[in-house]
Design a protein around this ligand. Structure first.
Ligand code: ADP
Ligand code: ADP
Ligand code: ZN
Length: 229
């Protein structure tokens, strides 16, 4: 079996990674893998690991690299097992977030014979990010993302896909938002240079309507990833 081709999405909190990944992944035959979603799912359990993750998550602090890598690998292995031949690659949303994670990812992909096809960088001004994050609503059941004004559900407070009651994320508080954006600037943004040196980065203006951003990403990725077979 030939190696798989993964795409990495990098952008600050609120830049639209989750929103765009959900729209782009099916079109390119990729699976949306978001470490934040994996953690939110994990935290619905009542065990030691769930409590440990929550202690970082709610403060807006990165979960330790070893725990994060383990959770990511578990998901990739699960996809290999469950979808085997139809799994062409992952659209990674929220991983890697620091240099150690980027190096760990390179190593893991090398071992698997996989590669990174492209890194999509979503560019959005800070004032817009804060406005987006303070109105964000998510579906605790299926992970769909909404915004009270910019992307409202058809029925107020209800998920379009599964009908569940929408909630605000426990870390979308002003303090946790500020801390996460600072961590992004200090630890995640420098990764762009790491990937730029390998010619992998495509910069996308994320401060446009959702549909326009989707088309821009699709146009940039299509030559790298191609159409699903
Ligand atoms: P990220 O995953 O990068 O943190 P999200 O996809 O969760 O970002 O988007 C953050 C918030 O902004 C959500 O409430 C979403 O509905 C809204 N949003 C996403 N993209 C846009 C856009 N292009 N224009 C306006 N609002 C957007
Ligand atoms: P955001 O991008 O708004 O921070 P995510 O849903 O991607 O939202 O992540 C939420 C939280 O999950 C983070 O604040 C962090 O605690 C944890 N997390 C997600 N991805 C990672 C990662 N790659 N490394 C460490 N912690 C992570
Ligand atoms: Zn839902």
């Amino acid at each position: 079996m030939a190696g798989r081709c993964h795409v990495v999405l990098i952008g600050p909190q609120g830049s639209g990674k989750g929103t765009q990944a959900a729209r782009i992944a099916p079109r390119l035959g990729l699976v949306h893998v978001a470490t934040g979603d994996l953690f939110r799912q994990l935290m619905t359990r009542d065990d030691e690991l769930a409590r440990e993750v929550r202690s970082y998550y709610d403060r807006g602090v990165l979960v330790p690299d070893d725990v994060t890598l383990r959770v990511l690998l578990q998901r990739l292995d699960e996809l290999e097992r469950e979808t085997s031949d139809s799994f062409r690659g992952a659209l990674l949303d929220g991983y890697p977030r620091n240099r150690a994670q980027a190096e760990a990812l390179d190593e893991v992909l090398r071992d698997r014979g996989d590669e990174i096809a492209a890194v999509v960088h979503l560019v959005v001004p800070r004032a817009v990010l804060i406005e987006r994050l303070s109105g964000r609503l998510i579906c605790p059941q299926c992970g769909a993302t909404y915004h009270v004004r910019f992307s409202p559900p058809k029925t107020p407070g209800r998920c379009d896909h599964c009908g569940s009651a929408l909630v605000q994320r426990s870390d979308d508080t002003p303090e946790a938002i500020a801390r996460r954006l600072e961590t992004y600037e200090q630890q995640t943004e420098p990764l762009l240079e790491y990937y730029r040196a390998r010619g992998l980065v495509v910069d996308i203006d994320g401060n446009q309507p959702i549909e326009v951003v989707t088309e821009a990403i699709y146009a940039a990725l299509e030559p790298h990833v191609g159409d699903p077979v």
